[in-house]
Design a binder for this molecule. Structure first.
Ligand code: ADP
Ligand code: MG
Length: 241
């Protein structure tokens, strides 16, 4: 299903005044495609991703997966930055895969167990989806290190485990924040190529946030943020006014 960001604005309180982190951003990411969101530090990339991920409620606008509204201001006024409900947590677990800048793996678990943990969070036995976990480790080129713990893996390998983990629950939306910032250039390119390939194969609608345009040859579309606003037409992007 397509991911739609519809006139998203996010205003944070900042002492006596406010900061508009995201300013009226509309963007459609078709299923099976990857859109890169570029922009300098502080331009609102992570804030936009947090709204798309349903981690933060927008001040105005809405996020849709297909026809379902999955994130919008709560009734009764602006709630920027407010904690989200149990419903949102469930939706995030079942429909949205998230890869943070730091892979956030559990250090005491093996790569395989980090993936199987996703089944556990759904209330299922961790081993229920062992085949899925092994398939995904294969897909990210890590089948042979399934039994290793994060401390025994390189930074790029850990990021691959995090990408595989984000895909465990067959998400319709995949959101990836600066996956290459801790990697050298060629590994950065490989990670983005991996994300775009898995996006095509799984049919997810994917946003990858980065400030490194040089790694982005394989993405389907790119948009630029400056001061919270989309700037320029956005090559290949389905950006709407
Ligand atoms: P980027 O990911 O592009 O570096 P961010 O989304 O982190 O940008 O930040 C966008 C703007 O919002 C910045 O001015 C930042 O200082 C501000 N901001 C981000 N998070 C918060 C917060 N929790 N509270 C207040 N201001 C914030
Ligand atoms: Mg950021």
């Amino acid at each position: 299903m397509d991911l739609m960001l519809d006139h998203i604005t996010l205003v944070y309180p900042d002492g006596e005044s406010t900061v508009t982190a995201v300013d009226d951003v509309s963007l459609t990411v078709p299923a099976g495609t990857t859109t890169a969101v570029l922009g300098p530090s502080g331009s609102g990339k992570s804030s936009l991703l947090a709204v798309a991920a349903t981690l933060t409620t927008p001040t105005s606008g809405e996020v849709r997966i297909g026809d379902d509204v999955v994130n919008a201001p709560a009734d009764g006024g602006p709630t920027a930055g407010s904690a989200v409900s149990a419903d949102a947590a469930r939706l995030r677990r079942d429909r949205i895969g998230i890869v943070f800048q730091q892979p956030q793996l559990i250090a005491s678990l093996t790569a395989l167990e980090n993936l199987e943990l996703m089944s556990h969070l759904r209330g299922e036995r961790p081993s229920t989806h062992r085949n899925r976990a092994l398939e995904l480790l294969e897909a990210v080129g890590l089948r042979d290190v399934a039994a290793k713990r994060p401390g025994q893996l390189s930074g790029g390998q850990r990021q691959r485990v995090a990408i595989a983990r984000a895909l465990m629950n067959h998400p319709e939306v995949l959101l990836v924040d600066e996956p290459t910032s801790a990697l050298d250039h060629s590994r950065g390119i490989q990670i983005i190529e991996l994300v775009t390939r898995l996006t095509r194969e799984t049919g997810a609608a994917t946003i990858v946030v980065t400030h490194d345009e040089a790694t982005l040859d394989s993405v389907d579309a790119r948009v630029h943020l400056a001061d919270g606003r989309l700037v320029g037409a956005g090559e290949g992007a389905v950006a709407r006014a």
